[in-house]
Structure formats: structure tokens, C-alpha cells
Design a protein around this ligand. Structure first.
Ligand code: G6P
Length: 607
């Protein structure tokens, strides 16, 4: 999974390709590369690591040319070295690839047997050789592209250059996204509209199996069968603005602090504070007919969904399950009439979630999606779009998108409860009043930052950290552990507090801090009992609770962080803040790359 961009123009393209890559770096940052055609040669610059290394390389060795392609990589096949960096080139063909070619092993053997010399360990280079071999058989560029695409299994998008045709840029899409941008006397390819936003807002989305030939003035799109097709150009709303960090050291810090505002913005789209009602967008299906909900996602989005299972079952009394998107379609899920599948994704592009969405749609389920990027594939393919209004999230670890997902899911649970006749008007008004309190409560929770900062150096020395909670605080414990491990590289696990005694308690000693998420409420006493079991075994406890909880049981803990007192219904939105701050400050204390942690990417577009 990677970001790709291409430009065919009459003016130099290298600087703009690098600018576009900056906006696609959320898709991976293991290496980057660029190629142009100029003076009859195909010329490449590649560098391992983040884009800044490539930019330095291009500054030192400038790359002229009015046509070019570029790539930012998240490594699948082959280590993140210069040799494995894209573009991959043969004598006459050069390409960048996003996705995985599943049958690359036999294809690799085939091109080697045909005498090709492979320079990299990637699946992508093999495709360049297949195209080169087709050219050698006398195929035109169109024929070589079409014949090669027919041979490939798996998910991909490509941008391709031909040395002998310096005015033509080819693209292809199957499984991985690719958009065409139309400029004034120039054309673009990009993994998304965001990458092209500084250059054009005239965007056409290629469909599955499409491939395209671009010149500076023309767009010719073919479908998988080779027939010419038209794909409409629309005006994209993707912003060209560069997202700044402001006064913050990291995007993640900025995004944590933005939460009261963006959650308020998101709630504003779902809640009428005067009427004290919730309102979802126009319904493509009848919510009252929903008999079962399956929530599907990956990473933090999955955990937001897990919190929502408690809300939906409590308010609507509709059986609700949580489904890991990467497992979902392969276990042949049971689809029943009245089944609603609810997909959650910040990017709207995560390959597993998207594939599950398509599977559920084909299975006749009602399909809804909570998505932050409104130009994304999921936003376009879902029946019911429930947008979050978090704004662009840059930090790889999701923060504000997660809490905005929670806000939408809380409103959705109330709406479903209403539709099922389980939430009378007075209860709806009470719940809406609670949601209205969320931004201020999140703001108050940000006030705990100094206490969390003080804890960070000691926690940063731990090798393992456990998080525990009950009810909706259990997925919050999972989220806390996920956040911590992804940005600080400390091993962390989240457990349902009651589950601790069934195994994990064996890990407890004075070296394993336990973060206990226990706001006052119906489960408080039980969670505190589990906390006592940890302390009785010499464990170091950090208690996250409200003033009453800390007053009652803060004694004996290593630290107790006081959060605002809120109703249990909205407490996950508030608890999210210290959980994120803890991960953030521990990572800063460890000196890791908070916004772009190793091996990760913001949007995972391969299975
Ligand atoms: C990656 C990111 C996570 C994110 C997950 C799902 O793993 O690092 O922060 O939660 O993908 O992404 P999505 O865009 O579908 O929410």
C-alpha cells in the first residue's frame, strides 16, 4: 500500500510530483521515488526512508522533464531499500505500483526464464518486465498494458511511462484507488483527490478494472474488457490547503487538542440542541426494520465500533456484533433479512473494510458507513453515509477521527433506539443533553495533561504495560494499549478487567504498570476490586477516574488522574483524551517519531 502520482504536462513536473507525494505520505513512508522522461532518457531518483530524503536527493540532482511518475512506499515485498523503491524500470518501461500482485512468483519465474534481469525483490518490478516483453513482441503501449493487466491477480493501481512515448501517461486500477485529474493543458493521476488538490479539482474516479491513457490534452479510459468508457469528471471538495501543526510539536498533539471543536462540529450535524433530538441523513432504508447490526472496521475504527455495541444494544435492544474487517468476508458471514452492516473508517479506503463493505452489499445487507474522508471509495459506495467532521487527520495514530466516530455512533444508537420504539422523546432529550456536554467535558479532560506528562518518564521505561476496563471502558483499554504500542513501541495489552485473573495477572509485578480505566458508575466497584488484586501482587496502578473515584480509591495507586465527572453514556468520549495523552507523552519521552511511527501507515490499502 503506497501513494502514487503522475503528471503529463508541457512544463517541468518534478517539484509538483514531490508536493503531491507529501500529501500522500499517509499511505506509507518506507521509501520514495520519482521518474521523468527528458532528452530521450528515463531518469529516476529514489531514496529509502521518508520523503524528505527523496526531496534532498532531487534538490541535489535535479530532474527535468514534463512527464513523470512518483511513489511513496509502504513495503510489502522486499525491504525498504533504495533498490526496492519505486519507480521500477526496464529499458523502455517505468512504473509505480500500489497494491500486491498475488501471482507474482510464477510471473517472476516467467520473466527470468525470458531473460529479464530483476534488480529488486518487489512484485512490482515483474510487471514492468511483463510490459517490456509485450513491447518486444511488437505490442503497442495500449496493447502491452491491456495484455499485462490480464495476467495479474491481486489488488493494484499503477502509473506507467514508456520511454519511446514521452507524451503518454498510463494508469490502471483494480482493488486500489486511482483518480484522474484534468488540468489546463495537463493531466494527472493520483491515489486520491487529496494528492492532486494543489493542481486540479476536476477529478474522475476510475472504476474497478479501468485503465487509462493520458496525454497533456486527452483522457481515454478503457474498462477491463478493453472497451472505451466515460467516467464523469466532478469537482472535488478535497482541500488544497497545507495542514500546519500550528504551535504544536506534532500533528498528533494538535489533533488531540482539536477534539472538543471537531467533536462539537460532528455532533452539530447529528443533533438538534433546541429540539433536543437526533437527526441522521436521509435514510435509504427503514431503520425500524433493522434486526441485527454487524459493525466492521480495523484498528481504532474497530474499537470505536466496539464501544458502540454497548450503546446500540442498551438503547435499541438490537443484537450487535463487532467484526474485524480482515476476517469478516473470509468466514462467510451469515446474512439475514434485516441485517445492517455498519462500516467505520477514517480514510474510507482501508482495503479490508472496503472489501467487507462490498461483500455485505452483495449479500443484500443494509450498508452504512461512518467515514471521515467524504471523497473516499467507501463514502461513494455505501448506501447510508454517516460522515464524521474531524477534518484531515495527519498523525498516523487516530485521535480526533476516533472520537468523532464515537460521537456519530452515539447519535446513531439513539436514532436506532428511537426507530425501534425503545427511546421515548424524554429519554432522547436527556441523551442529547448529555452529548451536548461532551465538548466541554473533553476540554476539561485536556486539563489532566500536566499530570499525565509528569507520569510519562517513568512509564516510558516500562517494557510491558497493561490496560484494563469494564463495559465500554474495555474497548477503551484496548484503544489505550493500541495507541501506546503503535507510537511508543512499548508492548501493551488491553483486557476486560474481570479477565485479568484468568491469565494476565501472572504478568503482574512491580515492573508492569497497569492503567485502570474506571470512571464512577455501575461497574466502578467491580473494576476497583480487580485493581486491588493487582496492587495486592505488588503491581503499580495508574487510575483514570473522576473526582469521586479518585477520592474513594486513589490511595495506594502510583498515580490517579482525575477526569471530569460525566454520565456513563458519554464517558468513553472523555476517557479517550487521557488515554491518547498518555500514549503521546510516553512516546515523546521515548523520542519516537510520533506522527509517523515505524512500519505503520495511516491508510492501509492492502489486505
Ligand atoms: C491504520 C491506522 C489506524 C487506523 C486503521 C484503520 O492501521 O494506523 O490509526 O485506525 O488503519 O484505518 P481507517 O482509515 O479505516 O479508519
Amino acid at each position: 500500500m503506497c501513494g502514487i502520482i503522475g503528471i503529463v504536462s508541457r512544463e517541468a513536473v518534478a517539484d509538483r510530483l514531490i508536493d503531491g507525494l507529501k500529501r500522500l505520505e499517509y499511505r506509507g513512508y518506507d521509501s520514495a521515488g520519482i521518474a521523468t522522461i527528458h532528452d530521450g532518457i528515463m531518469d529516476r531518483r529514489r531514496a529509502p526512508g521518508k520523503l524528505v530524503n527523496l526531496a534532498r536527493e532531487v534538490a541535489a540532482h535535479p530532474l527535468p522533464g514534463a512527464i513523470g511518475i512518483a511513489h511513496t512506499r509502504w513495503a510489502t515485498h522486499g525491504a525498504p531499500t533504495t533498490g526496492n523503491a519505486h519507480p521500477h524500470a526496464t529499458a523502455n518501461v517505468c512504473l509505480v505500483h500500489n497494491g500486491i500482485i498475488e501471482n507474482f512468483k510464477p510471473l517472476r519465474a516467467e520473466v527470468i526464464a525470458a531473460g529479464c534481469h530483476l534488480e529488486s525483490d518487489t512484485d512490482s518490478e515483474v510487471v514492468a518486465h511483463l510490459i517490456e516483453l509485450a513491447l518486444a513482441r511488437g505490442a503497442s503501449p495500449d496493447e502491452a498494458v491491456a495484455q499485462t493487466l490480464d495476467r495479474l491477480h491481486g489488488a493494484f493501481s499503477f502509473a506507467i511511462l514508456f520511454k519511446q512515448h514521452p507524451g503518454l501517461l498510463y494508469g490502471a486500477r483494480r482493488g486500489s484507488p486511482l483518480v484522474v485529474g484534468q488540468g489546463d493543458g495537463e493531466m494527472f493521476l493520483g491515489s486520491d483527490a487529496l494528492g492532486l488538490a494543489p493542481f486540479t479539482s476536476r477529478i474522475a474516479y476510475l472504476e474497478e478494472g479501468d485503465w487509462v491513457r493520458l496525454s497533456a490534452d486527452d483522457v481515454t479510459i478503457f474498462d477491463a474488457a478493453g472497451g472505451r468508457v466515460e467516467r464523469p469528471f466532478i469537482t472535488s471538495s478535497a482541500s488544497a490547503a497545507v495542514i500546519e501543526k500550528g504551535n504544536h510539536r506534532h500533528y498528533m498533539e494538535k489533533e488531540i487538542h482539536e477534539q472538543p471543536i471537531v467533536v462539537a462540529q460532528t455532533l452539530g450535524a447529528y443533533v438538534d440542541p433546541l429540539a433536543e433530538t437526533v437527526a441522521l441523513p436521509a435514510m435509504p432504508f427503514d431503520l425500524a426494520s433493522v434486526k441485527r447490526v454487524q459493525i466492521v472496521g480495523c484498528g481504532s475504527a474497530l474499537l470505536a465500533g466496539q464501544v458502540a455495541t454497548y450503546w446500540i444494544e442498551a438503547l435499541a435492544r438490537v443484537p450487535t456484533s463487532i467484526e474485524n474487517a480482515s476476517e469478516y468476508r473470509y468466514r462467510d458471514p451469515v446474512y439475514e433479512e434485516g441485517g445492517l452492516c455498519l462500516f467505520i473508517s477514517q480514510s474510507g479506503e482501508t482495503a479490508d473494510t472496503l472489501a467487507a463493505l462490498r461483500h455485505a452489499k452483495a449479500g443484500g445487507q443494509m450498508v452504512a458507513a461512518v467515514v471521515n474522508v467524504d471523497t473516499s471509495t467507501m463514502a461513494r459506495e455505501t448506501q447510508l453515509l454517516l460522515p464524521t467532521h474531524a477534518g484531515p487527520e495527519v498523525g498516523v495514530a487516530s485521535t480526533k477521527a476516533f472520537t468523532c466516530q464515537l460521537a456519530v455512533l452515539a447519535a446513531f444508537a439513539i436514532a436506532l433506539g428511537k426507530a425501534k420504539g425503545r427511546v421515548p422523546a424524554a429519554e432522547e432529550a436527556r441523551l442529547v443533553q448529555l452529548l451536548e456536554q461532551v465538548p466541554a467535558a473533553m476540554n476539561a479532560a485536556l486539563g489532566a495533561e500536566a499530570d499525565i506528562l509528569a507520569l510519562a518518564p517513568a512509564l516510558s521505561r516500562a517494557r510491558d504495560i497493561l490496560y484494563v476496563g469494564r463495559g465500554p471502558d474495555y474497548p477503551m483499554a484496548l484503544e489505550g494499549a493500541l495507541k501506546l504500542k503503535e507510537i511508543s513501541y512499548i508492548h501493551a495489552e488491553g483486557y476486560a478487567a474481570g479477565e485479568l485473573k484468568h491469565g494476565p495477572i501472572a504478568l503482574i509485578d512491580e515492573h508492569v504498570p497497569v492503567i485502570v480505566i474506571a470512571p464512577s458508575g455501575p461497574r466502578f466497584d467491580k473494576t476497583v476490586s480487580n485493581m486491588q488484586e493487582v496492587m495486592a501482587r505488588g503491581g503499580r496502578v495508574v487510575l483514570l477516574s473522576d473526582a469521586a473515584g479518585v477520592a474513594a480509591h486513589g490511595a495506594g495507586t502510583t498515580a490517579a488522574i482525575t477526569l471530569p465527572t460525566v454520565d456513563p453514556f458519554i464517558s468513553p468520549l472523555v476517557t479517550a483524551v487521557p488515554v491518547q495523552l498518555l500514549a503521546y507523552h510516553v512516546a515523546v519521552a521515548k523520542g519516537t517519531d510520533v506522527d509517523q511511527p515505524r512500519n505503520l501507515a495511516k491508510s492501509v490499502t492492502v489486505e
